[in-house]
Design a protein. Structure first.
Length: 458
């Protein structure tokens, strides 16, 4: 009787364990990975490493000295040598280790076999990065980290560096304005472009920077962030007045830099600068980030009179894109399409935007506008983004590299609350004072009721 009871308890425990594992795999993949996926993948990797490397063509013949030593000691068959594997380091989303490449191998050889390695070791993806000559790092991702985006806790923003999304290799995608000064973000309606913008603005709102917005959709996208904005234009006429002011501000900053360059002989080289970051901190102007939502509205014209205004605005934007970085002025251009059909100057402006983020688009030509000139291989990936995954995008730059990213959910109320809380950080820029938006008063929070209402029953 006791044996039957023990078997029943053991069977019930196994059933409960199986049910719990199935629930965790669906609702909490990180927990499932740590409890089940990680041990299984490590066992697969350790037991099949040599055979998998050989099947993927990543082994090389041993050296003559090694072959002689093996024959003399064991008289075994001489087998090809795989790359030397480093210590396996588990993470909350996968595991990683380094490989020392054998003579004659290159990182591209390992990257070409990433899909085979994924299936052999039972993980969601394998990403290969070059660490130094002769050494690559393999980052194995145990599950789809973009299904439910959770930013790493260790991610900390810095001045003009904002972790705005999660990459497919479980690393944060950081919008770094010092490395990529200007960026173009394209996406169709409901593709997640606005969510990307919310995360970016809420991250910059906590930093000592000036935020300027041009939103020709009557301000419906940027008006909720008015308490933190130094200037806001909600139609083309206001934008036509704001852009010359920004260009004049840029020219004043160049005059400040040139005055600093008028240096007496014998001044140390570190005091000579070509941008605002070389100026002493007490003299350094505040950085300015210009957000342009739905840039096509600045190009569209209805009459011949509007054409002159359009040409002036485009010229100012091109000047800011060409010269703004040294003056601490950065552009974030957003829209649904941005091609040559918009008119004169569109292609020239797009060429100055070295960073590209492409959300789901309606046609292939829109994807080519965003990625075709920097990463042609990413165009197909951008066209395959499903509507069921808003916020998923392709991020690329002029280096030719690209990756999938996804923005975490951030409600408009939460993003607006951040701008209200950081309203005191709005810098004093007299030139932009006439364009400062009127910040609406924050609605008071509803107090909890003193009594619990009785439920209504039918």
């Amino acid at each position: 009787m006791s044996d039957l009871l023990t078997l029943a308890v053991l069977g019930g425990s196994l059933v409960a364990l199986g049910v719990g594992a199935a629930w965790a795999r669906t609702h909490c993949p990180a927990l499932f990975w740590c409890a089940f996926g990680l041990p299984l993948s490590v066992v697969r990797l350790l037991t099949s490493y040599v055979s998998v490397m050989e099947a993927c063509g990543l082994t090389v013949p041993p050296s003559r000295l090694r072959a002689l030593a093996v024959r003399a000691a064991t008289r075994r068959e001489i087998r090809p040598v795989p790359p030397r594997r480093g210590l396996i380091r588990p993470t909350s989303t996968g595991l990683r280790f380094r490989l020392r490449l054998a003579p004659g191998q290159e990182p591209a050889d390992v990257a070409a076999s990433s899909e085979r390695l994924r299936h052999a070791w039972g993980v969601h993806a394998v990403h290969v990065t070059s660490v130094k000559p002769g050494v690559v790092e393999l980052r194995l991702v145990g599950f789809d980290v973009l299904a439910r985006v959770r930013m790493p806790r260790a991610t900390r923003p810095d001045v003009l560096r904002v972790p705005v999304a999660l990459r497919e290799d479980a690393q944060p995608f950081v919008r770094d304005y010092l490395a990529v000064p200007h960026q173009l973000t394209l996406g169709a309606t409901l593709s997640g472009k606005s969510m990307y913008l919310r995360n970016l603005i809420s991250g910059l709102a906590r930093q000592p920077v000036a935020l300027v917005g041009i939103d020709c959709k009557r301000g419906v996208e940027l008006a909720p962030f008015a308490p933190r904005l130094s200037a806001l234009a909600t139609n083309p006429d206001e934008a036509a007045r704001l852009l010359p002011v920004l260009v004049a501000e840029m020219e004043d900053r160049y005059d400040l830099i040139k005055a600093r360059q008028g240096i007496a002989p014998g001044t140390p080289d570190e005091d000579i600068t070509s941008d605002i970051w070389g100026l002493p901190e007490r003299e350094r102007p505040i950085p300015v980030v210009l957000f342009v939502d739905e840039v096509a509205e600045l190009f569209l014209i209805a009459t011949k009179k509007d054409e002159e205004r359009r040409d002036e605005m485009v010229t100012h934007l091109i000047r800011l894109a060409q010269l703004g970085r040294a003056a601490g002025i950065f552009l974030e251009i957003c829209g649904q399409r941005f091609g040559a059909e918009l008119g004169k100057g569109a292609t020239m402006l797009r060429a100055q935007l070295s960073g590209r983020v492409c959300h789901r688009v309606n046609d292939e030509s829109s994807a080519k506008m965003a990625l075709g000139d920097i990463a042609p291989q990413a165009v197909g990936a951008a066209c395959s983004i499903a509507p069921e995954r808003p916020g998923l995008a392709i991020a690329g730059d002029t280096s030719g590299g690209w990756t999938h990213i996804r923005t975490p959910y951030l409600s408009l109320g939460d993003a607006s609350a951040v701008c209200h809380e950081t309203a005191a950080l709005v810098p004093e820029l007299p030139a932009l004072a006439p364009f400062r938006p009127l910040a609406p008063a924050r609605p008071p929070e509803k107090a909890a009721p003193l009594t619990t209402p009785r439920p209504i029953t039918g």
